[in-house]
Design a protein around this ligand. Structure first.
Ligand code: 3PG
Length: 371
């Protein structure tokens, strides 16, 4: 049971100051930014001004290609209002600007990962950032698995709330963690087995079936003694992965689309079998493509799975992970799915039953407020 304070349930009287809003601009296109628009619009109604914090990529110090300048510009285009961008961390100056700005002003700070204190969850850096606002809103579920200053330590210095999107992530992800409708189907793809291991372990007894694709299926096929030719697979795997290969709830492809001796996608028979299982399920979680979707001709399996999910209107369908989300958006079927998580690693950690530091920080804050 979460103890954090949700923006949606907060008295608007408490929201009249400058809002310090943590977003996650870390995607190749603007979909995470678009997902944050309802919270921005909400704050625009009540806050004096909004100061936006985010990171992008994993820069080593200042690297121009990771600047948030163009993201600030896109945000302005979406909101149809000017957005001010600060390329320097002169926090006192920014605070003054935010305080004296006309109501409804929006400011975006440069990539926080240009500053060493961010990744170190440095308290001093966080306390300086906190000077920029009167309260803090975490609308960055996607980075809430990182112990970063603008996600965790900052909550020690300001009243802190979960944004509308973050609340929605918790509500929807919790649906599959608790008493989900059966059959519960997990569809797992992508490249790295170890990234998905936590989720598979958590759902090993809970899920009725797993459908696996992508390079991680190759790893399991190899462990089951199947000839995978020159396909990509992980040579050294943990004992846990070797154990999983023996689990018969885990369905692997039985035919493939091949290029130069390497499996690059699931084949038509597998596609049909996966579509049938998807049609029967009542709860479906999907993370990771079924093949190498970036290569022309190898997105069949991923597209078939996406369409089958959209067609199953009786099921609760939860999709996450950068490439998977891009695939469903490309097919324009995203509005026929129950929920699209903005989290990649964060979603996987949450579904593996781990406590996300950013959410723990919001919970802890609520407790401290009560004492
Ligand atoms: C993500 O895209 O998953 C988040 O923005 C976190 O990024 P990171 O993995 O570089 O910390």
């Amino acid at each position: 049971m979460t103890k954090m304070k949700f923006l949606s349930k907060t008295s608007v009287k408490k929201l009249s100051g400058v809002a310090l809003l943590r977003l996650d601009f870390n995607t190749q296109d603007d979909w995470r930014l678009k997902a944050a628009l309802p919270t921005i619009q909400f704050l625009l109604k009540y806050a004096k001004a909004i100061v936006i914090l985010s990171h992008k990529g994993r820069p080593m110090g200042f690297q121009r290609e990771f600047s948030l300048k163009s993201d600030a510009q896109h945000l302005g285009e979406f909101l149809k209002r000017p957005v001010n961008f600060f390329d320097e961390f002169n926090l006192i100056h920014i605070r003054k600007e935010a305080e004296s700005a006309p109501p409804g002003s929006i400011f975006v700070l440069e990539n926080l990962r240009f500053m060493p204190g961010e990744a170190k969850n440095d308290r001093e850096f966080a306390s300086n950032l906190a000077l920029l606002g009167d309260y803090f809103v975490n609308e960055a579920f996607a980075v809430s698995h990182r112990e970063n200053a603008s996600v965790c330590a900052i909550t020690e210095f300001l009243p802190s709330y979960a944004g509308l999107g973050l609340e929605s992530e918790i509500v929807n992800l919790s649906k599959v963690m608790g008493a989900a409708k059966r059959p519960l189907l997990m569809i797992i793809g992508g490249a790295k087995m170890e990234d998905k291991l936590g989720v598979i372990k958590f759902f090993k007894s809970k899920a009725d079936l797993f459908l696996v694709g992508g390079a991680l299926a190759n790893t399991l096929l190899k462990l089951r003694g199947v000839d995978i030719g020159s396909s990509l697979y992980e040579k050294s795997v943990s004992k846990d992965v070797a154990e999983l290969a023996k689990n018969m709830k885990i369905n692997l492809p039985t035919d493939y689309r091949i290029d130069n001796g390497a499996i690059l996608d699931i084949g038509p028979k597998t596609e049909k079998k996966y579509e049938e299982e998807i049609a029967k399920a009542r709860t479906i979680v999907w993370n990771g493509p079924m093949g190498m979707i970036e290569k022309e001709g190898f997105a069949h399996g991923t597209n078939a799975v996406a369409r089958a999910l959209a067609a199953n209107i009786r099921a609760f369908t939860l999709v996450g992970g950068g490439e998977t989300v891009m695939a469903v958006k490309k097919l324009k079927i995203d509005d026929r799915l129950s929920f699209i998580s903005t989290g990649g690693g964060a979603m996987l950690d949450y579904l593996a039953g781990l406590k996300l530091p950013g959410l723990v920080a919001l919970d802890r804050k609520r407790k401290a407020n009560r004492e």
